[in-house]
Design a protein around this ligand. Structure first.
Ligand SMILES: Nc1nc2c(ncn2[C@@H]2O[C@H](COP(=O)(O)OP(=O)(O)OP(=O)(O)O)[C@@H](O)[C@H]2O)c(=O)[nH]1
Length: 702
């Protein structure tokens, strides 16, 4: 028997130890759990760009005692943003998983990016999270990207709490943000704190569960708070919101409701229990507030994570299928005693250990040195090192347990979205959906010698990021990279340079068009060839039908060049064969011919990505902004007002017209306007643009 010692820190920064006994004969040590599974919280922090995710995460790490020196985003030292590019750009790109502890609870935080080019990162984080904090900027309220992320969280059924941040900013308005949670997100906010003062005068919050004021003594890091009586001028408001809180939570509990109707309010413990129940059932979302930057509100936010967000035990068991027989559903409950089942949700190149695979352990245990099965590929992988990641350090551990998020070093074949499991109990957990890229650029290494290095780099990067594709056309000797937006591809090129030391020339970005049809066509195609010996004969009749936008396709084009075909159904109506001359190949050729003819007759149309664009600008530049959007084939949908005399314009604009928009907007408004965009739909390209594209293609072909 071998003894291992786990160390960790509690909320008072005291180092604790936990012994682990490991039997050499068994790959699985018998661990005493340092933290019971019911005290695990796997959470993400989601928000619009600049709402303060990085700042809030940094504060959380500081207050949970893992971080000794706090980094500020604007100084470029924030420890979650450890990739160089992120520090330079001041944005968070990759979701780094970080383990920390609060009040004897183990909190695994996955930082999720806010930029729309990285929505895939948000999706995959949501896939492995049990709960989330949604951050809002109290001045801007609910912004478009928050709406997108909110809908993604709905899709995965992730329970949430809201934190209205930046209460110290000029124009901060807690209650307007609360109203926007109702109007823009269609959610039911449960206000559990109201602010004391705002802007320069923001002092703290009223805790409506305890009915006490929480006041911070200063704004500096580590500022202590005290509980105090509710200020008299806020008593009435506090009573009003307390009554709303109680009314909302007793609805889910007959006993509490009955007592409440008799005039008996639930006690603090019951209130917390009922808030927890409603949050986990997504009946409502608790709303808190504060200022991460001024160090106010962070400790109660952590308490709320512990009190209201679910542990793995509160959620339905994980479902998967038998890799041998995909019809058979297998369930795994969250328990160390179940067979090991985990999902690889992120692969990152790491400067020290090469490639790191982040895995969420849904059931069972995983020991260093053991073998697991990659159930998607049917291949065994050896587990080398298990690393528990902290914001600025990493710890080698011998064992990962149910509920853990752990980084594995040295896996060979596993890519994002695949299941790792006990070889004796195989399971494939539900895969993640990855969106198709919408933009592409040609890329060429500056020196011929770098061609191989570039290929290696591209393969690695595509393994890490399923929304990034690349392809090589040997005929024209060109490599094309495809992704979700300009920034996404810029980062890829940047990483090629930094991590793989490949300098590359990059062409102008182009939109990924698609093709569809506008009417039904039916074709009969006979493929016949006789050249001595066995001939080729196949006869097919196929009907091509347009489908609803977004239906994808029920037939795949194998014609080289052109665009992927979508929203088309191909129905095999009739056919005939020849006893001797028909073969699989002959039918393939006939189908291909039928497709080519049928598409021509079905009114082919070209589709392009249309983006939903929101521009926020000072009023004096409104005319220029609108004029410019119009010149980009934009369709203005609405105008609105924002605090501080700002105007907001909502428009639909083809992605093909949005390249380099960031610099045009900056120039036009002296840097005072900002914008966000996200994919809205694919729509038909106007005929004159189709003609232009066709003549350009002909030029390239010539
Ligand atoms: N006044 C004020 N500023 C804040 C607060 N929280 C964050 N900020 C500032 O807002 C800016 C954006 O904060 P970040 O923490 O980088 O925001 P983010 O959401 O992580 O941004 P992305 O990574 O780009 O998505 C920084 O300049 C912060 O200093 C706050 O509570 N009050």
């Amino acid at each position: 028997m071998e003894q291992f010692v786990f160390t960790w820190r509690d909320d008072n920064n005291i180092e604790l130890e936990n012994e682990l006994t490991c039997s050499r004969s068994s790959p699985f040590p018998e661990a005493k759990r340092a933290v019971p599974l019911k005290d695990y919280r796997n959470i993400g922090i989601m928000a619009h760009i600049d709402a303060g995710k990085t700042t809030t995460t940094e504060r959380i790490l500081y207050y949970t005692g893992r971080n000794y020196k706090i980094g500020e985003v604007h100084e470029g030292t924030a420890t979650m943003d450890w990739m160089e590019q992120e520090q330079e750009r001041g944005i968070t790109i990759t979701s780094a998983a970080t383990t920390t502890f609060w009040n004897k609870h183990r909190i695994n935080i996955i930082d999720t990016p806010g930029h729309v080019d990285f929505t895939l990162e948000v999706e995959r984080a949501l896939r492995v999270l049990d709960g989330a904090i949604c951050l809002f900027d109290s001045v801007a309220g609910v912004e478009p990207q928050s709406e997108t992320v909110w809908r993604q969280a709905d899709k995965y059924g992730v329970p949430r709490i809201c934190f209205v941040n930046k209460m110290d900013r000029l124009g901060a308005n807690f209650f307007r943000t609360r109203d926007m949670i109702i109007t823009n997100l269609g959610a039911k906010p449960l206000v559990i704190q109201i602010p004391i003062g705002s802007e320069d005068n923001f002092q703290g919050v009223i805790d409506l569960v305890k009915m006490k004021a929480i006041l911070w003594s200063g704004e500096e890091l580590g500022a202590k708070f005290v509980y105090d009586d509710i200020p008299t001028d806020l008593e009435e408001l506090a009573q009003e919101y307390r009554a709303l809180l109680i009314e909302n939570i007793v609805e889910s509990d007959d006993d509490a409701m009955e007592k409440y109707l008799e005039g008996v309010e639930p006690d603090e413990e019951t209130i917390k229990k009922l808030i927890r129940k409603g949050t986990i059932a997504s009946s409502f979302v608790p709303v808190l507030c504060g200022s991460a930057f001024k160090n106010k509100g962070v400790q109660p936010l952590l308490d709320a994570v512990v009190d209201y967000l679910p542990s793995p035990l509160d959620l339905p068991s994980m479902k998967g299928t038998d890799p041998e027989n995909p019809e058979v559903t297998i369930e795994r409950t969250a328990s160390d005693d179940e067979p090991f089942s985990g999902l690889a949700f992120k692969i990152m190149s790491d400067p020290f250990v090469g490639s790191l695979t982040f895995v969420r352990v849904y059931a069972g245990k995983l020991a260093a040195g053991s073998y697991v099965l990659n159930a998607n590929k049917g291949k065994k992988e050896r587990i080398g090192r298990l690393l528990e990641m902290h914001a600025n350090s990493r710890e080698d551990v011998k064992l990962a347990l149910t509920g853990d998020i752990i980084a594995l070093a040295g896996l060979k074949d596993t890519i994002t979205g695949e299941t790792l499991c006990d070889p004796d109990n195989p399971i494939v957990l539900e895969r993640m959906d990855f969106p198709d890229p919408v933009i592409k650029v040609a890329i060429e290494p500056k020196t011929k010698a770098d061609i191989d290095k570039m290929a290696t780099g591209l393969i690695k990067l595509a393994q890490e990021d399923p929304s990034f594709h690349f392809s090589r056309d040997e005929e024209i000797n060109q490599t094309v990279i495809e992704g979700m937006g300009e920034l996404h591809l810029e980062i890829i090129v940047d990483r090629l340079k930094r991590e793989f030391k490949v300098e590359a020339n990059v062409g102008a970005p182009q939109v990924n068009y698609r093709e569809s049809i506008s009417k039904v066509s039916e074709v009969k195609y006979v493929h016949k060839k006789q050249s001595g010996g066995q001939g080729q004969f196949a006869d097919v009749t196929i009907r091509f039908e347009p489908m609803e936008p977004g239906s994808g396709y029920e037939f795949k084009s194998e014609i080289k060049g052109g665009y992927p075909v979508v929203d088309v159904r191909a129905v095999l109506v009739d056919g005939s064969y020849h006893d001797v001359d028909s073969s699989v190949l002959a039918f393939q050729l006939a189908a291909r011919g039928a497709f080519r003819d049928g598409m021509k007759r079905a009114g082919p149309k070209m589709l392009e990505p249309i983006m939903k664009v929101e521009v926020v600008t000072p009023e004096e530049h409104l005319g220029d902004v609108i004029g410019d959007l119009n010149s980009r084939r934009g369709q203005i949908n609405s105008f609105g007002d924002k605090p501080g005399g700002l105007k907001v314009v909502d428009a639909l604009v083809p992605l093909a017209e949005m390249f380099q928009y960031v610099s045009t907007l900056r120039g036009m408004t002296k840097g005072r306007a900002s914008y966000t965009m996200q994919l809205s739909k694919f729509d038909v390209v106007p005929q004159h643009i189709q003609n232009q594209l066709a003549s350009k293609e002909q030029e390239v072909a010539a």
